[in-house]
Design a protein around this ligand. Structure first.
Ligand SMILES: Nc1ncnc2c1ncn2[C@@H]1O[C@H](COP(=O)(O)OP(=O)(O)OP(=O)(O)O)[C@@H](O)[C@H]1O
Ligand SMILES: [Mg+2]
Length: 274
């Protein structure tokens, strides 16, 4: 008779490790299930801060929604979440008893942001990489977007942990890279585009924001050419953005036209939504 090999007992460390791997798998699966109900995911990104990502994400989400699509806006900026304020969320997100997050709402767009869960909006969120990673995963795992056509994701700037996590976990269908018209900023923009390319994600093209006036114009188009990407146009530096507590397309015809054009280009470059 063959003797059964003696079963080795796992050490507490090994058991804990196995449990953590199981949890990570479960989380990935749940995120996958949630996101399988989102038809198209668009990221808005830049290497530098303050170039207009949130503005672009908010106005593009509003433009898509006004075309009759069902749209979600995810504020993936965990440190400085301001997309809910910029879109003028009239209804806050909430957490259900079972731990699910129900997004807030603004102008027909479902909105999810860390800011809904801050007790004081001026409070600083100082989190290190792993905590940001964890918070993003929890957001993605627990937010009930329902069945939506487009999810627009407002990314934090730079090449640090947070944008990388989003790129890895979300598998976005395409990115709009926002750049400024100054040549000096081109290097940062190039770095960030190279990072996205390394992650094998699809760059839809480069948009130049703050175009004209004191900042001049042209670096966005040059950048697109040098990086072999499409140029998505120039959005002028305008006083129309002064009240930035609702999508500016709702108040300015000039800005509306710019975003209609951008939305046409972006929709045409992405998988069709039936
Ligand atoms: N084309 C424009 N003309 C004038 N003002 C603009 C324009 N685009 C954006 N703004 C304004 O510039 C400021 C910064 O924009 P925004 O918050 O969208 O940048 P951001 O890239 O998201 O910044 P951060 O990196 O901090 O997240 C806002 O007050 C916004 O209203
Ligand atoms: Mg922003």
């Amino acid at each position: 008779m063959t003797q059964k090999p003696e079963e080795r007992k796992m050490s507490p460390q090994e058991t804990a490790r196995l449990e953590s791997i199981k949890r990570a798998w479960q989380q990935r699966r749940q995120i996958g299930d949630r996101l399988s109900r989102v038809k198209v995911k668009i990221g808005v990104y830049s290497g530098k801060g303050g170039v207009g990502k949130t503005t672009v994400a908010v106005n593009m989400a509003a433009a898509l929604s006004s075309r009759g699509y069902s749209v979600g806006l995810l504020d993936a900026d965990i440190d400085c979440p301001n997309a809910a304020k910029a879109i003028g969320a009239t209804e806050a997100a909430r957490m259900e008893k079972d731990g699910q997050f129900i997004p807030g709402e603004a102008y027909g767009v479902k909105v999810m942001s860390m800011s809904f869960f801050q007790e004081n909006e001026e409070e600083a969120i100082i989190w290190r990489g792993p905590m940001i990673h964890n918070a993003l995963n929890q957001f993605l795992q627990n937010t009930d977007w329902g069945d939506i056509d487009y999810l627009v994701v407002d990314l934090p700037p730079g090449t640090s942990d947070a944008p990388l996590t989003i790129m890895q976990v979300l598998q976005l269908d395409g990115f709009v890279v926002v750049a400024t018209p100054q040549s000096l900023a081109k290097l940062d923009a190039k770095r960030s585009i190279n990072m996205i390319k390394k992650m094998n994600v699809n760059v839809l093209g480069v948009l130049e924001n703050f175009s004209g006036g004191v900042f001049g114009e042209g670096a966005g188009e040059e950048l697109a050419k040098e990086m072999g990407l499409d140029f998505l146009g120039r959005h002028e530096l305008l006083p129309d953005y002064m009240n930035s507590d609702k999508p500016t397309i709702l108040e300015s015809n000039k800005v509306k036209q710019e975003y209609e054009r951008l939305t046409d280009l972006v929709v045409a470059k992405l998988p069709a939504t039936p």
